[in-house]
Design a protein around this ligand. Structure first.
Ligand SMILES: Nc1nc2c(ncn2[C@@H]2O[C@H](COP(=O)(O)OP(=O)(O)OP(=O)(O)O)[C@@H](O)[C@H]2O)c(=O)[nH]1
Ligand SMILES: [Mg+2]
Length: 492
């Protein structure tokens, strides 16, 4: 009864949102752009770089409206949702441009509205169109995204999957302590707060270990266990999957019943509002994928990444018959899957990176039973932290990337000081894409001590200044292609 009531209110609210959205859309066309990505994928950097390049007239030759000089002005406006904090654009840019440090991991949700005034390309529509488009963008901690697939899962499903995943070779050692505690517990025993806490804490410790681990695992839900936001310590977070549940309904008063109730509360009070307020209203979407980390870590991590992307995509544009479909007020009609941080590779490898992500996206789209939308793929860097060069080694000339590695980063035993510019030969991505995904085959990396690509994090670039002392906009790789696909047609 309680759950059908929630559904009804959700739907009523969404219908209202849609109506008011349409009404206001008549006066100033707006679109909501979803920037999706697991934690550290590059969402905050992408949003900052996109806005900076548009406001400062950055070099965007593949973004047609800009190239043909039709953009009169782009600026930040007051955002539409009063209850959501504003995206700290100025702070992020100050960090990137002045201090040359990357923004901190995002801990809570925020939003911005970017308005673009433009001239229409055709004389005919120039007479009628307002020539103004508002793009609303929301930023949030990537971990929260992991929760969306929970909406379609019962406590028994969640428990079964969590236990299966924990036993996989890539996770087996990290999950050992939790599995040991979990094995001793009888779900049918009387509910006990201390047991619940012990289980929840050791489960959360396992998830955190996955996140910290250098194998670059895509981690598991619940996302708030990793990034609790304002829910730190609340009972909605004091639950964990249980082993050996079978098909039985939980006995009232049992640990099983208690955990199931808290799991359902987490979905109702945490996951569903986030989904309803931020995901169901999107028009377009960019999915940022940090494939570099996973590639470096091997096929196990790639499989993990692919699984996470598949589950998430299934939530964004569910096919017919999914209970999620009814919650959507709009249809996402374009999705761009973007491999981020391409500036870690020489441009000769960009096409390979793009091909790898295309394979991942194609399989994820097929498996997610995803319908209708246009899907495109790009290898990009929202902020280009390196430039390219060549280094002579004996008779060979090697393509290198040049940048300032972050203090403390290491390659071949050398530790960087965060000040010195260094040339790095990043290595090549494997030519055969299959090898990257083949968990059963031989590891495509020569051996783990010498990974195929050498990966260090660089500081943001030093911006050049014009003769008049004006700093130029942030350099990027193919950010303009992303923009063209995501909003270009709205500025035609
Ligand atoms: N070189 C380079 N590094 C990048 C780029 N984008 C992101 N990074 C790196 O990736 C890290 C994470 O980027 P964020 O934008 O903070 O990631 P996020 O998706 O917002 O992460 P959460 O807020 O934790 O969900 C940064 O601190 C940088 O080290 C890029 O375009 N180029
Ligand atoms: Mg962020």
């Amino acid at each position: 009864m309680a759950s059908s009531q929630t559904t009804f209110t959700d739907e009523a609210r969404i219908a209202l949102d849609t109506l008011s959205g349409r009404a206001s859309g008549l006066f100033s066309p707006s679109m909501r752009l979803g920037v999706t990505g697991l934690s550290r994928a590059g969402k905050t950097v992408f949003i900052s770089a996109l806005v900076h390049n548009l406001i400062h007239g950055g070099r965007l030759p593949l973004f047609e409206a800009q190239k043909s000089g039709r953009i009169a002005r782009a600026f930040l406006e007051e955002q539409p949702d009063d209850a959501v904090p504003r995206f700290q654009y100025e702070d992020h840019i100050a960090a990137l441009v002045n201090d040359r440090v990357w923004p901190d991991s995002t801990r809570a949700i925020s939003e911005l509205r970017l308005t673009i005034e433009y001239e229409s390309a055709s004389g005919w529509s120039r007479m009628f169109s307002s020539g103004k488009l508002s793009v609303d963008i929301v930023d949030y901690p990537g971990e929260w995204l992991l929760d969306l697939p929970l909406l379609g899962k019962s406590f028994a499903d969640f428990s079964r999957e969590a236990i299966e995943m924990a036993a996989l070779p890539v996770r087996e050692d990290l999950s050992r302590a939790w599995r040991a505690i979990s094995a001793e517990i009888d779900p049918n025993a009387d509910a006990d707060e201390m047991t619940a806490r012990r289980l929840a804490e050791s489960f959360a410790a396992y998830l955190k270990a996955c996140k910290l681990d250098e194998r670059a695992l895509s981690t598991l839900p619940p996302g708030r266990f990793l990034m609790p936001g304002d829910l730190e310590g609340s009972p909605a977070l004091t639950f964990a999957p249980l082993a050996g549940l079978g098909d039985r309904r939980p006995r009232s008063g049992s640990l099983h019943a208690m955990m199931e109730r808290r799991y359902e509360a987490y979905k109702t009070h945490v996951v569903k509002p986030f989904f309803r307020e931020h995901i169901t209203r999107l028009d377009r979407q960019i999915v940022l994928i940090d494939a570099m980390q996973a590639l470096n870590a091997g096929p196990g991590a790639m499989a993990d990444l692919e699984r996470a992307v598949t589950e998430i995509l299934a939530c964004f544009r569910p096919g017919r018959g999914s209970f999620l479909t009814d919650l959507f007020s709009r249809r996402i009609d374009r999705i761009l899957v973007a491999a981020t941080k391409a500036d870690h590779l020489h441009h000769e490898s960009h096409d390979r990176l793009q091909a790898i992500v295309r394979r991942l996206a194609d399989r994820a789209v097929a498996r997610a039973n995803f319908t209708g939308a246009d899907v495109d793929v790009v290898a990009m860097a929202a902020v280009r932290a390196t430039r390219e060069g060549t280094v002579k080694q004996g008779r060979e000339t090697l393509p290198v990337i040049i940048g300032t590695p972050i203090a403390g980063e290491k390659i071949n035993g050398e530790t960087f000081d965060g000040k010195t510019e260094t040339a790095i030969f990043p290595g090549d991505l494997p030519e055969k894409i299959d090898a990257v995904f083949d968990v059963s085959g031989p590891d495509h990396r020569q051996d783990s001590a010498d990974p195929a690509i050498r990966f260090v994090r660089f500081r943001p670039p030093k911006l050049e200044r014009t003769a008049e002392g004006v700093t130029l906009s942030l350099p990027h790789i193919r950010l303009d292609r992303a923009l063209q696909f995501l909003i270009g047609d709205h500025l035609a």
